[in-house]
Design a protein around this ligand. Sequence first.
Ligand code: HT7
Ligand code: ZN
Length: 869
Amino acid sequence: PVEHRLEDYQSPAFAIDDVHLLFQLDPVATRVTSTLAMRRQRAEEPLQLNLENLVVESVALDGIELGESAWRIEDGRLIIEDVPERFTLRIRNRINPKENTALEGLYLSSGNFCTQCEAEGFRRITPFLDRPDVLATYTVRIEADKSAYPVLLSNGNLIEQGDLPDGQHYALWHDPWKKPCYLFALVAGDLQFIEDHYTTAGERDVTLRIYVEPHNIDRCEFAMQALKRAMRWDEERFGLSYDLDVFNIVAVDDFNMGAMENKSLNIFNSKYILARPETATDTDYEGIESVVAHEYFHNWTGNRVTCRDWFQLTLKEGLTVFRDQEFTADMLLPSIKRIQDVIHLRRYQFPEDAGPMAHPIQPKSYIKMDNFYTMTVYEKGAEVVRIYQTLLGREGFRKGMDLYFQRHDGQAVTVDDFRQAMADANGVDLSSMRAWYDQPGTPHVKVRRHYDADSQRLTLDLTQSLPKVGEGFTPLPIPIRLGLLDASGNPLPLVVGGEELGMEYVHLFDTRHQQLVLEQVPEGAVPALLRDFSAPVILETDLDDAEWALLAAHDPDDFLRWDALNTLALKALMEAVTAIERGEAPAWPQTYLDAVGVRLQAALEDPAWHALALTLPDEVTLGEQFETIAVEAIHQARKALQSELAQRFEVQWASIYDTLSAELDQPYTFNAEQYGKRSLRTLALHYLVQTGKAKWIEQALYHYQHANNMTDRFGALRALTGVEHAARKTALDDFYYRFRNDPLVIDKWFALQAGSDHPHTLEHVRMLTRHPDFTYTNPNRVRSLLGVFGQNRAAFHRADGSGYVFLADEILKVDKLNPQIAARLLSPFTQWRRFDTARQALMKAQLERILQVPSLSSNSYEIVEKSLT
Ligand code: HT7
Ligand code: ZN
């Protein structure tokens, strides 16, 4: 496999200014005719167009058919040696959408045609300069059987449509905006739509449509309203309006990722569009709103200003994730969204950044670009964008965004262009920010305190390190938002160098070591560091449990209060893990138990926050605290603490459950208030079930059976799947029969069993691969069963290695059909060095076995090879 390197970037030797495409659609033999207006940009180079999995039938240059000797196909390229300065190239080729199980290029989903071109799928449609810095206008004519494919869609405006002989019809679309080919899209099928309108700030009337399969037509309204909220928000927050008269969304069942921002024709995984209270949970609703917004926001950050090459992916993805995070924060509750995002970052991105696949947010090389649509590029990328806003303030950040669009609209640019716009708009030097783009790994910030009572000075000794890089790392600009509380928890003003800085300020820590001296600090004061999680770092402080408890009770920052309680829980769990490994029973620190008790008293005042605060850290995040992950001890410790909190606070949980049940006795609406209450009530039910008492298991079954929405029903079902009781099977069977015709809900049924901590989960999952509803060709189904199983610490990491053998076998089956999905399923294997030596050997043996498979895809090869070296 070929490695692509950032340092090898060369601008394209040819430009393509205008593209005409004709599609004659047929499931097994679609004919594509592409007519390209081309221009030479570098002398003496042959024309080389990328292609994959297609048959070229003819090539014509300026209207003259080229003989077979004038062009050749070599190493995935169509090569034509002699071409003039300007010319028109016409290529006819054939593709087979039905056989396309990789879901890249043109493929069929539920019998409908659709496309996915990012990152390099367009070359599977027709030979092209398949790279993001080649921008062209597109005109697309689609011809197809009218009764089978009544709807024909592509990017831009519909120019013309009509009937053709033999039951065929056509549609002609034109997109006036220049775009890279990865934003091309085509859809043809038997679809229905809902329609709405949005009037932009500039008085443009935009027709909005969501297309779905007919049986899903009653599940699109929430997504439509989310789209309108996103359109308004982008105008208000960033002054960005939509730029065409139509905006179409199509939902399909078979899709490798969440959605795709094709210009004016977004294609979505139906999971991120379809919702009704009876079938979608609050989390689903939240996901739909944020993904709809994310794809819409790409219209400016990604489409109008795009990436020069794929190494710049975080330019559009980090920035767009940041934008969707800010949007959801405004739609929901800002602090809740921030806490959710940090939990997610620590759970998924931190382990990636510590493992063998770690890469900077701007990767320097790749074999398959698909493997670099990662938590690092997206989520850490968004954190880095957030740093600009933290340093420059909202207004300064907005000025930077304005200048970025002013300078680069219509261009394909780099992360450096973005940084320069931020710097120039604010008259500051941001060159040190480059360090965030060049280095992998999560930075550690160590804080040691020295207090001098005589001078009333508190010195914070700050040290930064980047263990993944080692001693030679370049220091990072780390903004630390901090405050100070007195020993009773009252906020104190910050005084540095004789200057009063208010109750909170952002300290820029941008060298290896620094001392920050806080003045006029009374004895016993506690610093509150990294409020709002102002940088994606691991903070190591010398705060003791009592000080964390003080912060948990009194800090004004919602994030930090949550983080303080979470830190206490983590510390308690870490001690418990050590005790269990020594063969002792865990002892729970009183400070932590008291802190939980205090929170339970106040839980009903802010249910959403308390639902997050009273949820224990997950097993992966807990495992990250140890050099070697002790699978069983971690699992047992967490179970034991859950059961301790359940039994000790049973009365409080019951009271929360009852009060919220009364308050929630109303029709379901997705809003912040109900969401918070439902989350806390479900958490209370989980703890009650953890007491092991029959009455609570029966209550959970009742809760399951009488729920009027999926959030409650699924919450109760989840609580029941962990118990050894007849109610487990009753509920699971009922759930299957109730929803057997609803694929998105059946995905939940598969996922629940794959993620269960039932001792026989591996056997259940093995059986479920033979269930009539399981299929290897639908990515959602595969992720629900095999993806979730791989994340299930207790089941996947069974000491005898049977979980490893099972998943490796399954991944090899998927690899033959869909390499992108197979490569993602490999992710739990990449962590093999973190486990005990016996597990290491067992996991490594599976990786080596996979690497030996001669037909292994380059996607999977890259992950396995990098994991082993
Ligand atoms: N920009 C989109 C990326 C995407 C993708 C990448 C590789 C393979 C399949 C894919 N489907 C969508 C999604 C986004 O971030 O908005
Ligand atoms: Zn995106």
